[in-house]
Design a protein around this ligand. Structure first.
Ligand code: HEM
Length: 504
């Protein structure tokens, strides 16, 4: 009898899995196939994210190799939208730039798909990047004042100082470029948001807030996109039935507590009579404007800072590390950037205006944001209301994303797209070609929900890279460096690039 019950339970579970993860998504995809949207692939659970979410790399050692190469395929090169699945839902990747533009302008029909960020939202709070509706408008309005050109330019001094400090104090014989830039970007982000020096506060294990946020966010994200959460739902992980879930939930609570205490300390310091920070931070503005009094305002600041930090640190440091990596790989770029540094920013007190004169560096940053962008996709959007996009009917419950990374590798927009050519950004013909192709080159997305930190990011990338080029002679890339690229919270090299450097 017991055997029969177990058998029935197993069969029901298998039927449930087949129904939810094969039959249902296939039926939902049929709605789009009927509109002549071609199916790119179908994999139970992950669809085209199979490689990226599972961090699997193919023989090309690049988890988004297939997606980058879609426009080379005769079947897909003229497609507006590409069809796949994610979880039990149909998933659309919009490639046509006019449709991308329309999509970015009708965000009222979407929310950000909760699943990958469920635990982060639950444990830390939603913050700007995940908010929508009125909550988003309110946060974006407050933050916009912090991200104007003038405000960003005021932060350059702090970024210059921190870049110099962190780069100078490393062992040059084993210089881990990604880690150093992560530390630098993390420290300057915390200084910009909360006005404190990252090394000032460490937890009982000697870890800085930056280190704790980075590792916690990655672990919790990978758990939420893992098979267990897909099958049993994120609520099951919340209950902490597995030891790993219990530990991770506990880590989240401790991190939140640690960050809250730091915010209270920072607030106290800002309120001291006569306190005038060297570089006015986000918290400084909030205190000045009397916007940091209630428990709710403190909670909001915690969630926003956490979010900004996550959105900023990895994406920015990965591009800065790529700028250096490609300049080493193509030494003529290294030399040209060093010459540009001698001409425009020979001393440590350069300004935002000086940075803007550096065309070669700018071209390298732009090319890295095309060739190896750290944010190749948006957060998935989930449709909340049936609507049309161009000639297509889009159904509630579908997941939608932007395929701008597909366009970055399309011959139609970029000559020799698979070769690293910063010069393309110095060629005025190319520039006008870009201008005529609306919303093709959008590494920071577009529309109202574009990246609020894009100008800050570019300034940070340049300042960190400048400090590196100023301090070191052209090194070699180690022969055994494995260039495998994977997707965690952002996209980039899987392995540490350890450089043996010689100071100038
Ligand atoms: C190279 C570095 C960066 C890249 C490639 C990048 C890319 C992006 C992209 C593609 C989006 C759109 C996401 C979506 O709609 O789903 C975005 C949004 C966002 N980014 Fe960035 N970003 C970078 C650096 C930064 C920095 C430095 C900050 C903050 C200081 C930041 C803060 C944000 C925030 C808060 C949002 C959400 C905006 C909103 O929803 O209103 N990012 N970023």
């Amino acid at each position: 009898m017991i055997f029969l019950i177990i058998q029935a339970l197993v069969i029901s579970f298998v039927l449930y899995l087949v129904g939810k993860f094969i039959v249902l998504p296939k039926l939902r995809m049929q709605f789009y196939r009927n509109q002549n949207i071609k199916e790119y692939n179908f994999f139970p659970f992950y669809g085209w994210f199979w490689d990226s979410i599972l961090q699997k790399t193919n023989k090309h050692k690049d988890c988004i190799h297939q997606i980058k190469h879609i426009s080379e395929s005769a079947d897909f090169k003229d497609q507006d939208i590409i069809l796949s699945n994610l979880n039990s839902k149909a998933s659309l990747l919009i490639v046509n730039p006019d449709l991308i533009s329309e999509f970015l302008q009708c965000q009222q029909h979407y929310i950000k798909y909760e699943l990958p960020f469920h635990s982060l939202n639950k444990l830390i709070g939603t913050g700007l990047a995940k908010h929508y509706g009125d909550g988003w408008k309110k946060s974006r309005k407050i933050l916009s004042n912090m991200f104007t050109f003038e405000q960003i330019a005021l932060q350059l001094g702090s970024i210059r100082e921190l870049s110099k400090r962190y780069i100078s104090q490393q062992n040059e014989k084993s210089f881990n470029i990604q880690k150093v830039f992560e530390m630098t970007a993390g420290a300057s982000d915390l200084s910009i948001f909360l006005g404190f020096d990252m090394d000032e506060y460490k937890n009982k294990d000697g870890k800085t807030l930056g280190e704790l946020i980075g590792s916690f966010a990655n672990d919790v994200y990978l758990r939420d996109v893992g098979m267990f959460s897909m099958i049993f739902g994120t609520k099951a992980t919340e209950l902490g039935l597995r030891k790993s879930d219990k530990d991770l939930n506990e880590r989240g609570k401790n991190l939140r507590k640690f960050m809250y205490e730091i915010i209270l300390e920072c607030k106290k310091r800002e309120q001291q009579p006569g306190y005038q920070p060297k570089y006015p931070s986000f918290i400084h503005h909030l205190v000045q404007e009397n916007l940091l009094n209630t428990e709710e305002e403190l909670e909001d600041l915690l969630a926003i800072s956490f979010n900004l930090f996550l959105a900023a640190k990895e994406t920015t440091s990965k591009i800065a590390a790529n700028v250096v990596y490609y300049a080493i790989k193509y030494p003529e770029q290294y030399k040209k950037i060093q010459e540009e540094i001698k001409t425009y920013v020979p001393n440590d007190d350069y300004t935002f205006a000086d940075l803007q004169k550096m065309n070669i560096l700018q071209a390298n940053v732009k090319e890295c944001l095309r060739y190896d962008t750290s944010g190749p996709f948006l957060f998935q959007r989930e449709v909340v209301q049936d609507h049309t996009l161009g000639k297509y009917n889009i159904k509630k419950g579908t997941l939608v994303n932007c395929g701008y990374v597909v366009n970055f590798f399309n011959e139609k927009y970029f000559e020799n797209p698979f070769s690293y050519q910063p010069e393309r950004w110095l060629d005025s013909n190319n520039d006008s070609k870009m201008k005529n192709s609306h919303l093709v080159y959008i590494p920071f997305s577009g529309g109202a929900r574009n990246c609020i930190g894009q100008h800050l990011a570019v300034m940070q990338i340049k300042a960190m890279a400048i400090e590196f080029f100023k301090q070191f002679k052209l090194p070699e890339i180690p022969k055994d460096f494995d260039t495998e690229k994977i997707m965690t919270l952002s996209y980039g090299f899987k392995n540490d690039l350890l450089l043996n450097l010689e100071r100038i």
